[in-house]
Design a protein around this ligand. Structure first.
Ligand code: KG4
Ligand code: ZN
Length: 358
């Protein structure tokens, strides 16, 4: 990372997201107003395999990104020469996709002489709350972030751009991963989170008393593998392929309630720790695909109210992977004069707390 003094953001920023199975591009003006955005989900390509196949993902990004970029620039009514910068997810994530997105971003930046930002995908989720107009009254630093996605589950004190303090995280599965695995056990198509939520609508959440891992424990770490195993053991009692729809709905609802209770409990601990360490506004921001779940949002809403925290969750399309958040993280960094060299190598692992502004 290089610090360019007094770099003025002179134009819109293009954001590129290719870290997992969504190919996405977005153009935001220098103030953060979305001029155009496109997300192309690869779900259909991966679904037959029950999970993301890295090789297929990388090839799909390579095939679709150029078309997507042409489309998003066209919708924004801009040429690359009109841009003030380019930002691309550079990790953590699947390396093939990261190389495609970073390579394309660097190519455009080199050709047009634009500043390039290697965005940490987790920081992009973390800073989404600061997009203009999203949180009433804005989201000034510091705030508490609960990131609950397919690959990540952590509580972070977001103190500033590049200044993140991890308060706790998952010891095994991420929350979304648990949803996906349980959905698979119930015979739902991958990715299972939203399908499981739909099935749970018809079920009785009080029927099965699944474990609530780490509930009430000190700190705010998470664990979901025991809960998933309990569901697996229950499902295994039915003959293969003979799980009645009624029972599947009750299992889905009971599982969802267990996850919601655990997340609310862990978030409560995180809010107590955050409030002890940080003065000022009490704001809990929820991000990641699992934040789209209504039961979980309601549980978190209740937990936040009890701790006198305001809860902010982006609309679902900004909770799941998208390029708006990547462009916005780029804008936040460019405003501080933070740019990256073209030698920046994408990173499959890139912990949020390892980021540091010079
Ligand atoms: O943030 P995201 O789009 O991708 C990353 O993992 O970075 O999150 C995807 C995860 C998947 O595990 C998906 O099953 C889960 O979020 N998810 C949900 C819901 N919608 C998506 N989980 C529970 N309820 C939902 N409505
Ligand atoms: Zn993500």
């Amino acid at each position: 990372m290089e610090l360019k003094d007094a770099l003025m953001l002179t134009g819109p920023v293009l954001g590129i997201e290719t870290s997992c199975d969504d190919t996405a591009a977005a153009v935001l003006d220098a103030e953060g107003v979305v001029l155009a955005e496109i997300v192309l989900s690869q779900e259909r390509a991966h679904a037959p395999f029950g999970g993301v196949v890295p090789e297929i993902a990388a090839r799909a990004h390579l095939a679709h990104l150029p078309i997507l970029l042409a489309g998003v620039m066209d919708r924004a009514g801009l040429g690359y020469g009109d841009l003030g910068g380019i930002a691309a997810s550079a990790g953590p994530g699947l390396i093939g996709g990261l190389i495609v997105g970073s390579g394309v971003a660097k190519g455009i930046a080199i050709a047009r002489g634009l500043p390039y930002v290697a965005v940490n995908h987790l920081e992009a989720h973390a800073l989404t709350a600061r997009l203009p107009g999203l949180v009433p009254g804005g989201a000034p630093f510091p705030y508490l972030l609960l990131l609950i996605s397919g690959g990540h589950c952590q509580c972070v004190a977001v103190r500033g751009v590049g200044a993140h303090e991890r308060l706790g995280g998952t010891l095994d599965d991420a929350a979304g991963e648990a949803f996906d695995k349980v959905a698979k056990l119930l015979g739902l198509p991958w990715p299972g989170g939203s399908a499981l939520e739909r099935v749970a609508l018809l079920g009785d959440a009080a029927r099965f008393a699944f474990p609530r891992p780490l509930l009430g424990r000190v700190g705010c770490d998470f664990s979901f593998s025991g809960l998933k195993t309990a569901v697996a053991q229950l499902v295994a009692r039915y003959p293969v392929g003979a799980l009645p729809a009624r029972d599947a709905a009750d299992i889905a609802a009971s599982f969802q309630r267990a996850v919601a209770e655990v997340l609310a409990d862990r978030a409560t601990h995180a809010m107590k720790i955050f409030a002890m360490r940080h003065q000022g506004r009490r704001l809990l921001v929820v991000a990641g695909g699992v934040a789209a779940n209504a039961t979980i949002r309601a549980a978190l809403e209740q937990a936040a109210a009890a701790e006198k925290f305001a809860l902010a969750a982006a609309p679902p399309r900004l909770c799941t992977d998208n390029a708006v958040m990547v462009a916005w993280a780029g804008i936040e960094r460019l405003r501080l004069g933070l740019v990256d060299g073209f030698d920046f190598a994408p990173r499959p692992r890139w912990p949020l707390e390892s980021l540091a502004t010079p």
